[in-house]
Design a protein around this ligand. Structure first.
Ligand code: SF4
Length: 315
């Protein structure tokens, strides 16, 4: 499908997204292309770096509210892609139905998880099989392999089926430290090389450390980060906006074009906390959250969201 968004076009399908522009102006999005959607603040994994401060006292967002908002956001093809997170999103009792709702409206769903227990839940696995990608938050290589095997068994029964749900690993390099990060990336890269003919690849997304919530540790920058990334020639590696921002100096020093990444949150996406019912620039930039009156209907709601997106961009 293709959508005109401000002064450019977005071409998107289940596995790829491309932005096309017919002039040299900076791209200006009218609407968020993607909503980062928080559906719960519940999580039982207790990570000491959790910037969401999620725990077992965390609340789930109301299911009816979520689908009401999704329906309005997706009307008129305003927003088509959702990255579902939490807390642990698979713990939400309506998780499978939320994915089904997005897919039934031709939307694209992705989610992030650190739980392995949902692989035993047939309803969730079936719903998840319609996702474009699943990102697994991992602490070490053994964790990655365990998730990979579960993922492959669930979504790539035919081992030569590369079209299924993409497998992403989320890593926070600064929490791993230089040596562990280098070792994990080398193992991922070796794995991708060795299995390139008969297994779907491991994709990596590297996340910047967010010093909010329980993320109170002192972390140090990894001066070798870019060198380590550049050494992984068999692996597709993405970086989030926080990491791009924190490492811009190193990216410049290594001649990485600024056209390949963005350091500004909220240029093309927006964060919706369905637990608090507020829109924000991103999941870690929560100042000035905007609440929308749920009685606003259809097209008016879409216009309001467009206004919120433009307001949030200025923050
Ligand atoms: S970082 Fe993720 S997995 Fe860990 S406690 Fe927070 S929500 Fe749970």
């Amino acid at each position: 499908m293709h959508i005109k968004n401000g002064n450019y076009w977005v071409c998107i399908d289940h596995s790829k997204k491309m932005r096309i522009q017919f002039n040299d102006e900076p791209m200006q999005a009218e609407n968020a292309e993607l909503i980062d959607l928080k559906i719960t603040n519940w999580c039982n994994l207790g990570c000491d770096f959790c910037y969401q401060s999620s725990d077992e006292q965390g609340q789930h967002a109301d299911y009816e509210e979520i689908v009401d908002t999704l329906g309005k956001l997706m009307s008129y093809q305003a927003v088509v892609e959702f990255a579902i997170g939490g807390g642990e999103p698979t713990s939400h009792p309506g998780f499978a139905r939320i994915i089904n709702y997005i897919k039934a409206r031709n939307g694209i769903a992705n989610f992030t998880t650190k739980s392995k227990s949902w692989f035993k839940d047939k309803e969730i696995v079936e719903a998840a099989s319609q996702c474009a990608g699943i990102a697994y938050s991992c602490d070490d290589f053994e964790d990655i392999v365990e998730f990979y095997n579960l993922h492959r068994e669930a979504f790539h029964a035919d081992k030569f089926d590369y079209q299924g749900v993409k497998f992403y690993v989320h890593l926070i390099p600064e929490l791993l430290g230089n040596n562990d990060f280098r070792e994990i990336m080398a193992k991922i890269d070796e794995f991708n090389l060795a299995n390139s003919f008969d297994s779907p690849p491991i994709h990596c997304t590297l996340l910047g450390f967010k010093p909010i919530g329980r993320g109170t540790q002192q972390v140090e920058k990894l001066p070798e980060l870019i060198d380590i990334i550049q050494g992984c020639s068999n692996t597709s590696i993405g970086i989030d906006t926080k990491l791009a921002n924190d490492y811009q100096e190193f990216l410049d020093q290594n001649g990485i074009s600024r056209k390949l990444y963005t350091t500004q949150e909220g240029e093309f996406s927006m964060y919706y906390d369905a637990v608090e019912k507020t829109f924000h620039k991103s999941s870690y930039q929560l100042e000035g959250g905007i609440h929308l009156d749920k009685s606003i209907l259809g097209y008016s709601y879409r216009k309001e969201v467009e206004n919120v997106f433009q307001e949030i961009k200025k923050l």
